[in-house]
Design a protein around this ligand. Sequence first.
Ligand code: ADP
Ligand code: MG
Length: 359
Amino acid sequence: MGLIELKDIRKTYVMGDIKLPVLKGITMSVEKGDMVALTGVSGSGKSTLMNILGCLDRPTSGEYWLDGEEISRLSNDGRADVRNRKIGFVFQNYNLFLNKTALQNVTEGLIVARKMHKAEAIEIGKKALDKVGLSDRYDYYPSQLSGGQQQRVALARALVLEPGVLLFDEPLSNLDAKLRVSMRTEIRRIQQATGITAIYVTHDQSEAMALSDSIIIMNKGVVAQIGSPQEIYYHPNSEFVADFIGEANFLKGKCVALEDGCGVLQLADTQVRVAATENMTLGEDYTIVLRPESAGLVPEGNLKCRVVLSCFMGAYQNYHVMVGDTLVKLTDYNPKNHRIYQVGETCALTFEPDGVHVL
Ligand code: ADP
Ligand code: MG
């Protein structure tokens, strides 16, 4: 059994006569020490699920097991108790006490909620601030700290309470792009160093990939897919997931032959070989997912295309090509000594049979 087990969690908001089902049967588990990214477009129910996970709200039905205890039916007081003992939060508005220093913010919970002696709390608080890179900011007030530093204080404050699970709800969305990237690396490093179990909500797919042992993708109140970043990227179970995590091209074709573990698909007036799936059947229509970096351009070949965009991005050359009337996006990494195709050129698209995923 995982540290967290959700079984068929449902939540319906009732507003007068209107019933709004927001979570429609969520089942998932989180192993101790794992970091799970919960992602999906805005309105898919991520925050609603986090409020249930954080014991701030109750599901309409379903079971929530935390550390061997079913807690979804507890009274408000019971849930508040679980929340205080076992759950830490890091939100996007840091909720720091503005009239307290960084160190006082971090030690407050230890002294007030945990009744720890001040001297001991200060020692622990300083260590936590050191761990998040703020050893020279103990006595600064939130107004004297940058957004990133405030978020670090919020993280240190959650960590000192040693919660069973740490919940992050879009904690970096108030920070600028560069800082977000360095903070997410930092959060992952600290999570791995402390071995803490964490659930991290983000609508940013690269953040979800960079941070997590596994990703849960939600769509309209249901789980679209759960898996490691690699599983989700290489083996998405739907166009929705393929499109949500990473960039994806979709090519559609009929299976016209099966040979040597490959399926041959008829795409417009040409045939391509793809690694066959278990149930691949002659005569059926399939969609293949082609990642931009899995395809290349060659001067001649049977999958003819025309270049409509050719753009140097430093680390890669970005191409858009038309294959018939389908737009395909590709990235050619490290293009320094590669042949560069120009807009208007006719060439051919290639990929390895196992470089695509068949839906
Ligand atoms: P996300 O965090 O993925 O953006 P939310 O969980 O915040 O999504 O919201 C999911 C849906 O539930 C939205 O349509 C939202 O309007 C609705 N919703 C959220 N909270 C409430 C509430 N307290 N009462 C009624 N509807 C709500
Ligand atoms: Mg939200």
